[in-house]
Design a binder for this molecule. Structure first.
Ligand code: GLA
Length: 386
């Protein structure tokens, strides 16, 4: 894909591009915890966005997307929220401009194999790839966390999703065969080997297209803030659900709606689960780690209400199989993928089982991806031979 993208760029723009590979991500556990100052356990994967990009000495940006086969242009003097994938590029450019970093025109070709709306964070990959490319081309000297924060802010201001930092962080900090535990409050992080030898991370795509921007994601965030506000009346030191416990939440049960109670209940438990899961991962305790994944799914489905019948069905299929240690809906939810830890030698059998049962139930075939854990965004300087 890298070579093809480069060739297409040379064909369209007649010069040699900089190549940037920008991965999607998985998250083993810790969902909807990032914007509550909690912990997450993500990793970058082999699904990716590829950029071929070069400066063009104008004030115009031209981007060709291989997945839609269209070329879109915008002027640096007119960067504003615009429908379509170009919004992610413009959001990043806007953030760089806002920070007073010099941006000049560029040409790029973008290709990729991250399914859109499947919970693997194609949008963070588009954002992170562009920030890293422009950082290289203009020599801004940004560190990876600054780049992640730029991507996150771009997502807030242009597509309007008030996301946490997990996706942009994972996209830019991934390391081969390592998962990361990020403290979303202090932004400190640690790498751990994916310590479950003989197991694969398998993603089952429900093919239900999620749309985080369609407001439900932002509603969840507001509900968490509502819970924090109620708790703060008794406990002023509580700044986010990270600081809260079930006792504090129960004190205000009568003052908040049942939905807000459920949302906070889930988040408080999930923040603790990530801590426990990290210990289990270090110990290589696959079985209990898997149980925590199922518990997360239960919470996401019943309390946080970001699952859907198709995802619940996929998790119920996983539960029937002894080769699966754990499974749950991954990412923002409302559709997209489940993440499954599956015994390597049984993966083929499992994939066939999922496909046939899902087809029987819903009349459509789910895509299934057996992933590997890879490096975060990589910038490949000019004159590399592929
Ligand atoms: C989306 C957001 C992330 C995170 C997850 C849920 O992927 O972009 O910040 O909140 O949902 O864990």
């Amino acid at each position: 894909m890298i070579q093809k993208t480069r060739e297409q760029f040379i064909h369209l723009f007649e010069k040699e591009p900089l190549m940037v590979v920008s991965p999607g991500r998985i998250n083993l556990i810790g969902e909807h915890t990032d914007y509550n100052d909690g912990f997450v356990l993500p990793a970058a994967i082999d699904k990716k966005i590829v950029y071929a990009i070069a400066l063009n000495n104008t004030q115009q940006c031209n981007a060709h997307a291989v997945f839609t086969n269209e070329t879109v242009s915008f002027s640096l003097a007119d960067v504003k929220p615009t429908p379509g994938w170009i919004n992610y590029l413009m959001g990043v450019v806007n953030q760089l401009q806002e920070r007073g970093l010099p941006v000049q025109g560029f040409d790029c070709v973008i290709s990729g194999d991250i399914p859109v709306g499947a919970g693997m964070s194609s949008s963070a990959a588009i954002e992170g790839g562009l920030v890293a490319a422009l950082d290289h081309l203009f020599g801004y000297g940004l560190d990876r966390m600054q780049m992640a924060l730029i991507g996150q802010k771009a997502e807030h201001t242009f597509p309007g999703v008030k996301c946490g930092i997990m996706d942009q962080f994972a996209n830019l900090h991934g390391k081969k065969d390592q998962v990361m535990r990020l403290d979303c409050r202090s932004l400190e992080f640690e790498y751990f080997p994916f310590n479950f030898p003989g197991y694969k991370v398998v993603l089952c795509n429900s093919m239900v297209h999620h749309s985080l921007a369609s407001s439900e994601y932002n509603v969840r965030r507001l509900q968490c803030e509502e819970g924090v506000k109620a708790i703060q009346a008794n406990h002023p030191a509580v700044k986010s659900l990270r600081d809260a416990d079930m006792k504090m939440l129960n004190e205000v049960r009568d003052q908040i709606s049942a939905k807000v109670y459920d949302r906070c209940n889930y988040v408080i438990a999930e923040i603790q689960r990530v801590q426990d899961a990290t210990t289990l991962l270090k110990q290589g305790n696959l079985q209990q780690f898997g149980e925590l994944m199922y518990a997360t799914h239960e919470g996401l489905s019943k309390l946080y209400e970001v699952s859907c019948p198709e995802l619940d069905f996929l998790v119920s299929l996983a539960r029937q199989r002894e080769e699966v240690a754990g499974a749950r809906v991954m990412g923002g939810g409302f559709g997209g993928c489940t993440i499954n830890l599956v015994k390597a030698e049984k993966v083929t059998e499992y994939v066939a089982f999922i496909k046939s049962r899902y087809q029987d139930q819903y009349g459509k075939e789910p895509e299934v991806y057996v992933t590997t854990i890879e490096e975060g965004v990589t910038v490949q300087p000019l004159a590399v031979s592929y």
